[in-house]
Design a protein around this ligand. Structure first.
Ligand code: BTN
Length: 254
């Protein structure tokens, strides 16, 4: 399978298609560490990942040839480390911007950067930053999207675009659209459009402004997401006031 991407200015213009690799994120990191300069926007996509990695040391499982598993290399030295979460905002928005029209609006971001449809997980993003001293040098942005897979044994919450739309999606076309769309959001980030990105992120955030059930400190409660902090922590208002949570501290109860 040889893919090309025909949209956009730089993301996906240098596209490396691999039949099989352990993890496209690991491949991208090795490329950055061991070869000469890697063009900004290089994308590595794999038909099969044998050791796909998810957040918090989890595995990312994907049926060979059915879904999109790829990583983008972005040289985002312009981004001050305290604002790294904005990269996560830009990438997740780039993904939902493509999925919403494909799925009749049924796509959102589950904080911090999971891609959901209703209460089912369509995709995930794993961002790994490469620092030089205390400056950000490059980021490897791994995206796994469930596209044409029809069943997810033992992954209760997973769903694919095909299951939602009862249609088969062209992986190459979708990859091109995603590269282009992430590029648009990344250029907004580069141009310093923080407020716009934050506003759009809140608009697409699952549970934003709507009461729902959460669990934190072994306690279940009703709360309403009011936004995210600059560092990417979640702000949830409840009867006790507004709490600030990191990923390990709070769980959504669906
Ligand atoms: C998550 O846990 O939600 C993040 C999943 C990220 C998976 C993608 S698939 C392509 C890239 N390569 C990896 O090993 N992981 C990411």
């Amino acid at each position: 399978m040889q893919f090309t991407t025909n949209y956009g200015l730089f993301i996906g213009k240098n596209l490396i298609t691999l039949k099989e690799v352990d993890s496209t994120n690991s491949y991208a990191r090795e490329l950055l560490a061991n070869s000469g300069p890697v063009p900004d926007g290089t994308v590595i996509m794999a038909v099969t990942q044998t050791g796909g990695r998810g957040q918090a040391g989890s595995a990312w499982l994907s049926e060979p040839g059915k879904n999109l598993t790829f990583s983008m290399i972005l040289h985002c030295g312009f981004l001050p480390p305290p604002d790294q979460f904005y990269l996560s905002i830009a990438v997740s928005l780039g993904v939902v911007d493509v999925l919403k029209p494909e799925l009749g609006g049924r796509a959102s971001i589950k904080w911090p950067n999971d891609i959901y449809s209703g209460n089912q997980k369509l995709g995930g993003i794993l961002i790994e930053n490469i620092l030089s001293g205390n400056r950000l040098k490059s980021s490897v942005i791994g995206i796994g999207l469930n596209v044409n897979q029809l069943s997810f044994p033992n992954l209760g919450r997973a769903v694919s675009m095909r299951q939602l739309k009862n249609a088969v999606f062209d992986l190459e076309l979708l990859l091109g659209k995603l590269c282009h769309s992430v590029e648009i959001r990344y250029l907004q980030l580069k141009a310093g459009h923080w407020d716009r990105l934050r506003h759009d992120y809140h608009d697409d955030l699952l549970g934003y402004g709507a009461p729902a059930r959460y669990s934190a400190d072994s306690e279940e409660f009703e709360g309403t997401i009011r936004g995210v902090t600059r560092e990417g922590k979640l702000l949830v208002e409840s009867a006790k006031g507004t709490g600030t949570y990191d990923k390990k501290q709070i769980r959504f109860i669906f």
